[in-house]
Design a binder for this molecule. Structure first.
Ligand code: PLP
Length: 419
Protein backbone atom coordinates (compact mmCIF):
# COMPACT_ATOMS: atom_id res chain seq x y z
CA UNK A 1 0.00 0.00 0.00
CA UNK A 2 1.19 3.46 -0.84
CA UNK A 3 0.33 6.09 1.71
CA UNK A 4 -0.24 9.53 0.22
CA UNK A 5 -0.08 12.53 2.50
CA UNK A 6 2.19 12.85 5.50
CA UNK A 7 0.40 13.02 8.85
CA UNK A 8 -1.65 9.89 9.68
CA UNK A 9 -3.80 9.97 6.56
CA UNK A 10 -7.47 9.01 6.76
CA UNK A 11 -8.35 5.70 5.15
CA UNK A 12 -9.37 7.43 1.96
CA UNK A 13 -5.83 8.70 1.34
CA UNK A 14 -4.35 5.21 1.19
CA UNK A 15 -4.18 3.76 -2.27
CA UNK A 16 -3.39 0.30 -3.48
CA UNK A 17 -0.16 0.72 -5.45
CA UNK A 18 -1.09 -1.92 -7.99
CA UNK A 19 -4.46 -0.43 -8.73
CA UNK A 20 -3.00 3.06 -8.73
CA UNK A 21 -0.34 2.32 -11.28
CA UNK A 22 -2.78 0.60 -13.61
CA UNK A 23 -4.32 3.93 -14.51
CA UNK A 24 -3.17 7.46 -13.96
CA UNK A 25 -6.67 8.83 -14.18
CA UNK A 26 -7.83 6.48 -11.47
CA UNK A 27 -5.04 7.67 -9.19
CA UNK A 28 -5.68 11.36 -9.76
CA UNK A 29 -9.37 10.86 -9.02
CA UNK A 30 -8.66 9.02 -5.78
CA UNK A 31 -6.20 11.64 -4.61
CA UNK A 32 -8.68 14.40 -5.30
CA UNK A 33 -11.33 12.56 -3.29
CA UNK A 34 -9.04 11.94 -0.38
CA UNK A 35 -7.76 15.50 -0.38
CA UNK A 36 -11.23 16.91 -0.07
CA UNK A 37 -11.92 14.77 3.01
CA UNK A 38 -8.48 15.74 4.32
CA UNK A 39 -9.35 19.40 3.97
CA UNK A 40 -12.57 19.03 5.91
CA UNK A 41 -10.99 17.20 8.82
CA UNK A 42 -7.73 19.11 9.18
CA UNK A 43 -8.60 22.79 9.02
CA UNK A 44 -5.82 23.63 11.48
CA UNK A 45 -3.13 21.98 9.34
CA UNK A 46 0.07 23.97 9.05
CA UNK A 47 0.48 22.79 5.46
CA UNK A 48 -0.53 25.58 3.10
CA UNK A 49 -3.38 24.57 0.79
CA UNK A 50 -2.80 24.45 -2.92
CA UNK A 51 -5.64 25.21 -5.27
CA UNK A 52 -4.99 22.54 -7.84
CA UNK A 53 -4.25 18.96 -6.88
CA UNK A 54 -2.28 16.76 -9.17
CA UNK A 55 -0.78 13.38 -8.37
CA UNK A 56 2.91 13.07 -7.59
CA UNK A 57 2.90 9.95 -9.75
CA UNK A 58 2.87 12.24 -12.77
CA UNK A 59 6.44 13.21 -11.89
CA UNK A 60 7.65 9.60 -11.94
CA UNK A 61 9.31 8.34 -15.11
CA UNK A 62 6.71 6.32 -17.06
CA UNK A 63 8.73 3.09 -17.13
CA UNK A 64 8.98 3.15 -13.33
CA UNK A 65 5.26 3.49 -12.71
CA UNK A 66 4.71 -0.20 -13.43
CA UNK A 67 7.87 -1.41 -11.67
CA UNK A 68 7.21 -4.24 -9.22
CA UNK A 69 8.92 -3.39 -5.92
CA UNK A 70 11.94 -5.52 -5.00
CA UNK A 71 11.11 -7.85 -2.11
CA UNK A 72 14.11 -7.75 0.20
CA UNK A 73 14.87 -10.28 2.89
CA UNK A 74 13.90 -9.03 6.36
CA UNK A 75 16.69 -8.13 8.81
CA UNK A 76 16.94 -9.61 12.32
CA UNK A 77 15.11 -6.81 14.17
CA UNK A 78 12.07 -6.95 11.89
CA UNK A 79 12.00 -10.75 11.90
CA UNK A 80 12.41 -10.78 15.64
CA UNK A 81 9.35 -8.56 16.11
CA UNK A 82 7.28 -10.50 13.56
CA UNK A 83 8.14 -13.98 14.86
CA UNK A 84 8.13 -12.98 18.53
CA UNK A 85 11.60 -14.46 19.03
CA UNK A 86 14.84 -12.85 20.14
CA UNK A 87 17.34 -12.43 17.27
CA UNK A 88 19.64 -15.11 18.73
CA UNK A 89 16.72 -17.57 18.61
CA UNK A 90 16.31 -17.12 14.85
CA UNK A 91 18.30 -19.35 12.50
CA UNK A 92 18.68 -17.14 9.47
CA UNK A 93 19.42 -19.29 6.43
CA UNK A 94 17.57 -17.21 3.83
CA UNK A 95 20.05 -14.65 2.44
CA UNK A 96 23.39 -16.47 2.10
CA UNK A 97 24.93 -14.34 4.83
CA UNK A 98 28.06 -15.51 6.62
CA UNK A 99 27.11 -16.47 10.20
CA UNK A 100 30.71 -16.27 11.44
CA UNK A 101 30.86 -12.56 10.72
CA UNK A 102 34.08 -10.70 9.98
CA UNK A 103 37.49 -11.21 11.61
CA UNK A 104 37.70 -9.67 15.14
CA UNK A 105 40.04 -6.98 13.79
CA UNK A 106 37.08 -5.47 11.94
CA UNK A 107 35.16 -4.53 15.09
CA UNK A 108 38.39 -3.28 16.65
CA UNK A 109 39.15 -1.11 13.63
CA UNK A 110 35.60 0.22 13.54
CA UNK A 111 35.86 1.10 17.23
CA UNK A 112 39.05 3.03 16.60
CA UNK A 113 37.82 4.57 13.35
CA UNK A 114 39.27 8.00 12.78
CA UNK A 115 37.49 10.87 11.04
CA UNK A 116 33.93 9.58 10.64
CA UNK A 117 33.14 13.31 10.46
CA UNK A 118 35.12 13.68 7.24
CA UNK A 119 33.87 12.46 3.83
CA UNK A 120 35.51 9.24 2.69
CA UNK A 121 38.15 8.87 0.00
CA UNK A 122 36.16 8.93 -3.27
CA UNK A 123 38.78 6.64 -4.80
CA UNK A 124 38.89 4.17 -1.87
CA UNK A 125 42.68 4.08 -2.40
CA UNK A 126 43.63 2.11 0.70
CA UNK A 127 41.05 -0.58 0.02
CA UNK A 128 41.84 -0.81 -3.70
CA UNK A 129 45.53 -1.25 -2.89
CA UNK A 130 44.63 -4.08 -0.49
CA UNK A 131 42.36 -5.63 -3.11
CA UNK A 132 45.12 -5.40 -5.72
CA UNK A 133 47.37 -7.37 -3.43
CA UNK A 134 44.59 -9.84 -2.69
CA UNK A 135 43.61 -10.44 -6.31
CA UNK A 136 46.86 -9.97 -8.24
CA UNK A 137 45.16 -7.37 -10.44
CA UNK A 138 46.36 -3.76 -10.56
CA UNK A 139 44.36 -1.26 -8.49
CA UNK A 140 43.75 0.75 -11.67
CA UNK A 141 41.36 -2.01 -12.77
CA UNK A 142 39.42 -2.10 -9.49
CA UNK A 143 36.44 -0.03 -8.42
CA UNK A 144 34.66 -0.41 -5.08
CA UNK A 145 30.96 0.05 -4.42
CA UNK A 146 28.23 -0.02 -1.82
CA UNK A 147 27.89 -3.77 -2.34
CA UNK A 148 28.11 -5.53 -5.69
CA UNK A 149 24.48 -4.41 -6.01
CA UNK A 150 25.55 -0.80 -6.50
CA UNK A 151 28.01 -1.83 -9.19
CA UNK A 152 25.33 -3.75 -11.13
CA UNK A 153 23.24 -0.60 -11.26
CA UNK A 154 26.25 1.61 -12.03
CA UNK A 155 27.29 -0.60 -14.95
CA UNK A 156 23.78 -0.35 -16.36
CA UNK A 157 23.59 3.41 -15.86
CA UNK A 158 26.83 3.79 -17.80
CA UNK A 159 25.96 1.46 -20.68
CA UNK A 160 22.24 1.15 -21.35
CA UNK A 161 20.05 3.21 -23.62
CA UNK A 162 16.30 2.69 -23.30
CA UNK A 163 16.19 0.51 -26.41
CA UNK A 164 19.06 -1.73 -25.27
CA UNK A 165 18.61 -5.37 -24.36
CA UNK A 166 20.03 -7.18 -21.34
CA UNK A 167 20.30 -10.97 -21.52
CA UNK A 168 19.39 -12.78 -18.31
CA UNK A 169 19.61 -16.52 -17.65
CA UNK A 170 17.07 -17.33 -14.93
CA UNK A 171 16.77 -18.72 -12.43
CA UNK A 172 19.54 -16.44 -11.25
CA UNK A 173 20.14 -13.40 -9.03
CA UNK A 174 17.04 -11.25 -9.50
CA UNK A 175 18.81 -7.88 -9.21
CA UNK A 176 19.85 -8.07 -12.89
CA UNK A 177 16.19 -8.08 -13.96
CA UNK A 178 15.26 -5.49 -11.34
CA UNK A 179 18.02 -3.03 -12.31
CA UNK A 180 17.29 -3.51 -16.01
CA UNK A 181 13.72 -2.43 -15.30
CA UNK A 182 14.87 0.52 -13.16
CA UNK A 183 17.19 1.62 -15.97
CA UNK A 184 14.37 1.35 -18.52
CA UNK A 185 16.07 -1.20 -20.78
CA UNK A 186 14.59 -4.43 -22.12
CA UNK A 187 15.20 -7.81 -20.50
CA UNK A 188 15.40 -10.95 -22.62
CA UNK A 189 15.37 -14.18 -20.64
CA UNK A 190 17.09 -17.35 -21.74
CA UNK A 191 16.08 -19.90 -19.09
CA UNK A 192 18.67 -22.36 -17.83
CA UNK A 193 18.34 -26.07 -18.47
CA UNK A 194 16.83 -28.45 -15.88
CA UNK A 195 20.25 -28.93 -14.25
CA UNK A 196 20.69 -25.11 -14.19
CA UNK A 197 23.51 -25.11 -16.73
CA UNK A 198 23.31 -22.52 -19.50
CA UNK A 199 21.26 -23.39 -22.58
CA UNK A 200 24.11 -22.43 -24.91
CA UNK A 201 22.31 -22.85 -28.27
CA UNK A 202 19.50 -20.64 -26.92
CA UNK A 203 21.97 -18.08 -25.50
CA UNK A 204 23.80 -17.82 -28.84
CA UNK A 205 20.51 -17.63 -30.76
CA UNK A 206 19.29 -14.83 -28.44
CA UNK A 207 22.56 -12.91 -28.94
CA UNK A 208 22.13 -13.23 -32.71
CA UNK A 209 18.47 -12.23 -32.63
CA UNK A 210 18.30 -9.50 -29.96
CA UNK A 211 21.83 -8.07 -30.17
CA UNK A 212 21.96 -7.53 -26.38
CA UNK A 213 24.37 -5.01 -24.96
CA UNK A 214 25.02 -6.95 -21.74
CA UNK A 215 24.76 -10.53 -20.53
CA UNK A 216 24.88 -11.36 -16.81
CA UNK A 217 26.53 -14.68 -15.93
CA UNK A 218 26.73 -15.82 -12.33
CA UNK A 219 29.28 -18.37 -11.22
CA UNK A 220 28.52 -19.99 -8.83
CA UNK A 221 24.94 -19.24 -9.79
CA UNK A 222 22.44 -18.10 -7.19
CA UNK A 223 20.10 -19.98 -6.39
CA UNK A 224 21.53 -23.39 -7.36
CA UNK A 225 25.32 -23.04 -6.87
CA UNK A 226 26.38 -24.37 -10.29
CA UNK A 227 29.53 -23.14 -12.05
CA UNK A 228 29.82 -21.83 -15.59
CA UNK A 229 31.89 -24.06 -17.87
CA UNK A 230 35.09 -22.40 -19.06
CA UNK A 231 34.45 -23.20 -22.76
CA UNK A 232 30.98 -21.62 -22.51
CA UNK A 233 32.32 -18.47 -20.90
CA UNK A 234 34.97 -18.22 -23.63
CA UNK A 235 32.40 -18.70 -26.37
CA UNK A 236 30.20 -15.94 -24.92
CA UNK A 237 33.23 -13.65 -24.46
CA UNK A 238 33.88 -14.07 -28.18
CA UNK A 239 30.53 -12.44 -28.99
CA UNK A 240 30.03 -8.73 -29.43
CA UNK A 241 28.53 -7.87 -26.03
CA UNK A 242 29.55 -6.91 -22.53
CA UNK A 243 29.86 -9.91 -20.20
CA UNK A 244 29.31 -9.25 -16.50
CA UNK A 245 30.58 -12.27 -14.58
CA UNK A 246 29.20 -12.16 -11.05
CA UNK A 247 31.52 -14.03 -8.69
CA UNK A 248 29.79 -13.16 -5.41
CA UNK A 249 30.31 -16.76 -4.18
CA UNK A 250 33.58 -17.68 -5.92
CA UNK A 251 35.47 -18.26 -2.64
CA UNK A 252 33.34 -21.34 -1.96
CA UNK A 253 33.85 -22.79 -5.44
CA UNK A 254 37.34 -24.23 -5.17
CA UNK A 255 38.37 -22.45 -8.36
CA UNK A 256 40.14 -19.13 -8.79
CA UNK A 257 38.46 -15.84 -9.59
CA UNK A 258 38.69 -14.59 -13.16
CA UNK A 259 39.31 -10.99 -12.11
CA UNK A 260 42.66 -10.84 -13.93
CA UNK A 261 40.98 -11.77 -17.23
CA UNK A 262 39.79 -8.15 -17.56
CA UNK A 263 43.32 -7.30 -18.78
CA UNK A 264 42.75 -9.55 -21.81
CA UNK A 265 39.03 -9.09 -22.49
CA UNK A 266 37.78 -5.60 -23.22
CA UNK A 267 34.20 -6.87 -22.85
CA UNK A 268 34.52 -8.51 -19.42
CA UNK A 269 33.61 -7.19 -15.98
CA UNK A 270 34.00 -9.39 -12.88
CA UNK A 271 32.06 -8.59 -9.70
CA UNK A 272 32.96 -9.70 -6.17
CA UNK A 273 31.77 -8.87 -2.67
CA UNK A 274 32.76 -8.76 0.99
CA UNK A 275 29.22 -9.79 1.97
CA UNK A 276 29.80 -13.54 1.74
CA UNK A 277 33.52 -14.16 2.08
CA UNK A 278 34.12 -11.66 4.88
CA UNK A 279 30.77 -11.59 6.68
CA UNK A 280 30.24 -7.90 5.92
CA UNK A 281 26.80 -7.96 4.23
CA UNK A 282 25.50 -5.29 6.60
CA UNK A 283 28.43 -2.96 6.02
CA UNK A 284 27.90 -3.01 2.22
CA UNK A 285 31.17 -3.36 0.31
CA UNK A 286 31.51 -4.92 -3.12
CA UNK A 287 34.12 -4.53 -5.82
CA UNK A 288 34.59 -5.08 -9.49
CA UNK A 289 37.40 -5.69 -11.97
CA UNK A 290 37.09 -3.69 -15.17
CA UNK A 291 39.02 -3.22 -18.42
CA UNK A 292 40.75 0.19 -18.55
CA UNK A 293 38.53 1.31 -21.43
CA UNK A 294 35.40 0.88 -19.29
CA UNK A 295 36.45 1.76 -15.74
CA UNK A 296 37.17 5.37 -16.64
CA UNK A 297 33.48 6.01 -17.31
CA UNK A 298 32.33 4.34 -14.12
CA UNK A 299 34.66 6.63 -12.19
CA UNK A 300 33.00 9.60 -13.84
CA UNK A 301 29.43 8.42 -13.19
CA UNK A 302 29.64 6.94 -9.69
CA UNK A 303 28.51 8.81 -6.59
CA UNK A 304 31.69 10.39 -5.19
CA UNK A 305 31.26 9.01 -1.66
CA UNK A 306 29.73 5.63 -2.44
CA UNK A 307 32.00 3.73 -0.02
CA UNK A 308 31.72 5.02 3.55
CA UNK A 309 34.66 5.52 5.92
CA UNK A 310 33.30 2.60 7.98
CA UNK A 311 33.02 0.32 4.95
CA UNK A 312 36.60 1.00 3.84
CA UNK A 313 37.96 0.56 7.38
CA UNK A 314 36.04 -2.73 7.81
CA UNK A 315 37.00 -4.19 4.43
CA UNK A 316 40.71 -3.34 4.89
CA UNK A 317 40.72 -4.90 8.37
CA UNK A 318 39.02 -8.03 6.99
CA UNK A 319 41.66 -8.41 4.28
CA UNK A 320 44.30 -8.02 6.97
CA UNK A 321 43.36 -11.39 8.47
CA UNK A 322 43.51 -13.86 5.58
CA UNK A 323 43.87 -16.83 7.95
CA UNK A 324 40.49 -16.07 9.48
CA UNK A 325 38.83 -15.68 6.05
CA UNK A 326 40.35 -18.96 4.90
CA UNK A 327 39.30 -20.76 8.08
CA UNK A 328 35.69 -19.55 7.87
CA UNK A 329 35.51 -20.44 4.18
CA UNK A 330 36.73 -23.98 4.91
CA UNK A 331 34.25 -24.37 7.76
CA UNK A 332 31.39 -23.32 5.48
CA UNK A 333 32.50 -25.68 2.70
CA UNK A 334 32.72 -28.59 5.17
CA UNK A 335 29.29 -27.75 6.52
CA UNK A 336 27.82 -27.41 3.02
CA UNK A 337 29.03 -30.92 2.18
CA UNK A 338 27.65 -32.33 5.44
CA UNK A 339 24.31 -30.59 4.85
CA UNK A 340 24.12 -31.91 1.29
CA UNK A 341 24.55 -35.50 2.47
CA UNK A 342 21.88 -35.05 5.15
CA UNK A 343 19.49 -33.52 2.61
CA UNK A 344 19.89 -36.58 0.36
CA UNK A 345 18.15 -38.58 3.11
CA UNK A 346 15.09 -36.33 3.27
CA UNK A 347 12.37 -38.18 1.31
CA UNK A 348 10.53 -35.07 0.05
CA UNK A 349 13.58 -32.97 -0.92
CA UNK A 350 16.07 -33.37 -3.73
CA UNK A 351 19.23 -31.24 -3.25
CA UNK A 352 21.41 -29.90 -6.09
CA UNK A 353 25.19 -30.08 -5.74
CA UNK A 354 26.43 -26.60 -4.87
CA UNK A 355 29.72 -24.72 -5.18
CA UNK A 356 28.45 -21.86 -3.01
CA UNK A 357 27.34 -21.26 0.60
CA UNK A 358 23.77 -22.44 -0.01
CA UNK A 359 21.94 -25.50 -1.29
CA UNK A 360 18.88 -25.51 -3.53
CA UNK A 361 16.36 -28.29 -3.09
CA UNK A 362 13.42 -29.26 -5.19
CA UNK A 363 10.38 -30.21 -3.10
CA UNK A 364 9.59 -33.54 -4.72
CA UNK A 365 6.47 -34.51 -2.77
CA UNK A 366 3.53 -32.93 -4.67
CA UNK A 367 1.48 -32.78 -1.46
CA UNK A 368 4.03 -30.33 0.04
CA UNK A 369 4.52 -26.76 -1.11
CA UNK A 370 7.76 -24.83 -0.78
CA UNK A 371 5.83 -21.77 0.36
CA UNK A 372 4.12 -23.71 3.15
CA UNK A 373 7.39 -25.35 4.13
CA UNK A 374 9.05 -21.95 4.41
CA UNK A 375 6.16 -20.63 6.54
CA UNK A 376 6.19 -23.70 8.81
CA UNK A 377 9.96 -23.51 9.28
CA UNK A 378 9.69 -19.79 10.06
CA UNK A 379 7.27 -20.61 12.89
CA UNK A 380 10.03 -22.83 14.29
CA UNK A 381 12.46 -19.90 14.01
CA UNK A 382 14.29 -21.19 10.92
CA UNK A 383 14.29 -18.91 7.89
CA UNK A 384 14.84 -20.31 4.38
CA UNK A 385 14.05 -18.94 0.92
CA UNK A 386 11.35 -20.45 -1.29
CA UNK A 387 10.62 -20.14 -5.01
CA UNK A 388 7.13 -20.36 -6.49
CA UNK A 389 7.38 -18.76 -9.92
CA UNK A 390 5.52 -20.24 -12.86
CA UNK A 391 8.74 -21.45 -14.49
CA UNK A 392 10.59 -22.23 -11.22
CA UNK A 393 8.16 -23.89 -8.89
CA UNK A 394 8.45 -25.65 -5.55
CA UNK A 395 12.07 -25.07 -4.57
CA UNK A 396 13.64 -24.03 -1.30
CA UNK A 397 17.15 -22.63 -0.84
CA UNK A 398 18.96 -23.10 2.44
CA UNK A 399 22.04 -21.03 3.26
CA UNK A 400 24.91 -22.85 4.92
CA UNK A 401 25.43 -21.82 8.54
CA UNK A 402 27.36 -23.17 11.51
CA UNK A 403 26.95 -26.88 12.38
CA UNK A 404 24.43 -25.99 15.09
CA UNK A 405 22.34 -24.11 12.51
CA UNK A 406 22.25 -27.18 10.27
CA UNK A 407 21.17 -29.27 13.25
CA UNK A 408 18.43 -26.79 14.16
CA UNK A 409 17.25 -26.76 10.53
CA UNK A 410 16.91 -30.56 10.39
CA UNK A 411 15.21 -30.66 13.79
CA UNK A 412 12.64 -28.09 12.62
CA UNK A 413 12.26 -29.88 9.27
CA UNK A 414 11.51 -33.18 10.99
CA UNK A 415 8.85 -31.44 13.08
CA UNK A 416 7.12 -29.63 10.20
CA UNK A 417 7.32 -32.69 7.91
CA UNK A 418 4.80 -34.47 10.12
CA UNK A 419 2.11 -31.90 9.30
C1 PLP B 1 24.91 -13.46 -7.25
C2 PLP B 1 24.91 -12.28 -6.33
N1 PLP B 1 25.54 -11.16 -6.70
C3 PLP B 1 25.57 -10.08 -5.91
C4 PLP B 1 24.97 -10.09 -4.68
C5 PLP B 1 24.95 -8.84 -3.85
O1 PLP B 1 26.14 -8.62 -3.24
P1 PLP B 1 26.35 -7.37 -2.27
O2 PLP B 1 25.90 -7.78 -0.93
O3 PLP B 1 27.81 -7.09 -2.36
O4 PLP B 1 25.52 -6.26 -2.84
C6 PLP B 1 24.30 -11.23 -4.24
C7 PLP B 1 23.64 -11.22 -2.92
O5 PLP B 1 23.00 -12.13 -2.47
C8 PLP B 1 24.27 -12.36 -5.09
O6 PLP B 1 23.61 -13.47 -4.74
Amino acid sequence: MLALGGNSPPAATTLSFTSAISSNKELTASVATSNSSFRLSTVASAVPMVKKTSSGVNFIRPHLRTLAPYTPIEPFEILSARLGRAPHEIIKLDANENPYGPPPEVMEALGKMQFPNIYPDPESRRLRAALAEDSGLGAEHILVGCGADELIDLIMRCTLEQSDVVLDCPPTFTMYAFDTAVNGAELVKVPRKKDFSLDMPAVLAAIEKHKPKIIFLTSPNNPDGSLIKEEELLEILNQDLLVVLDEAYIEFAGEPSRMTWVKEYENLIVLRTFSKRAGLAGIRVGYGAFPSSIIEYLWRAKQPYNVSVAAEVAACAALGNKDYLEDVKNKLITERDRMYKLLLDVPFLSPYPSHANFILCSVTDPSKSAKQLKADLAKEGVMVRYYEKEDFRNFIRISVGKPEHTDAFFKALAKVAQK
